[in-house]
Design a protein around this ligand. Structure first.
Ligand SMILES: [Zn+2]
Length: 272
């Protein structure tokens, strides 16, 4: 029983075999997959996929590097989609200082992030957060700015959302940032790079995080785990991430699958 809480199945890399990809995921033990939106169009596509596949769920929102698509009218379209029954979160939203260097554009990212957080609070749904530092640093302004915004937001939430406000997707920050996020009750998303030879720092960090706060995500079609590295990623490969976490935490792969599936079910409230 596995769950992939982050896969971009709407990407054109899946156009030729999307149904087979979903079938392979189901056949390899995945009970659920979550497709996040990047702007209004991919949010609509994520909802369409969720509504036509029982094991697929959707999130809707504007990714920080897709904000040229943001307008009051496209935001309204995303808000309208958010009330559909299979939309379980607002995302992916956040801060990206890797691709965006301009200070005004960074300020705009923070402003739109705050508006989307406010909307998530209004409709009582958790958030899927993207965060990337300039030059892929381990720590920097993106971590500082993001934590400040999330702290302010989380402290104004009521339970149960205050207890499960969201996930820091494909987490690539340092231990201190992870601990600060855990203190705000956020989950930490683990992706394929944890399987890479040069990712010891990443594995050391994950070893220090509590299992009941971890989610496993492929981020398909990107971040393909070993042994498929170099090819296209797909949800069925989430197993390789579970296996690596099992190794790091000295548990069985089945235990990690069950724990992370239960974590996802708690956060996204989509049943057992
Ligand atoms: Zn993503």
């Amino acid at each position: 029983m596995l769950t992939d809480t982050h896969c971009h199945l709407d990407y054109n890399k899946f156009d030729s075999d999307r149904a087979e990809v979903i079938q392979r995921a189901n056949d390899s033990g995945l009970i659920r997959m979550l497709v996040p939106g990047l702007q209004h169009k991919s949010s609509r596509e994520a909802v369409r996929l969720a509504e036509s596949n029982p094991s697929v769920y959707a999130a809707v929102g504007f990714h920080p590097t897709d904000l040229e698509e943001f307008s009051e009218s496209t935001f309204q379209q995303v808000k309208d989609l958010a009330s559909r029954p299979k939309v379980v979160a607002i995302g992916e939203i956040g801060i990206d200082y890797y691709w965006i260097k301009d200070n005004d554009k960074r300020a705009f990212q923070r402003e739109i992030l705050k508006r989307q957080l406010q909307f998530a609070k209004d409709i009582n749904k958790p958030v899927i957060i993207h965060m990337r530092e300039e030059n892929d640093a381990w720590f920097g302004d993106a971590s500082v700015d993001l934590l400040k915004i999330l702290k302010e937001w989380q402290s104004a939430l009521q339970s149960p959302l205050a207890n499960q406000p969201g996930v820091l997707h494909s987490f690539n920050g340092n231990l201190e940032t992870a601990k600060n996020a855990l203190a705000l009750n956020f989950y930490i998303g683990v992706t394929g790079p944890v399987t890479y030879k040069n990712a010891q720092k990443n594995r050391d960090l994950i070893q220090q995080l509590p299992l009941d706060k971890l989610l496993i995500e492929t981020d398909s079609p990107f971040l393909t785990p070993v042994p498929h590295r170099g090819g296209r990623n797909e949800p069925a490969y989430v197993r390789h991430i579970a296996d690596k976490i099992a190794e790091i935490h000295s548990k069985s792969p089945a235990e990690i699958a069950a724990i992370t599936t239960a974590n996802a079910a708690r956060l996204f409230a989509w049943g057992d």
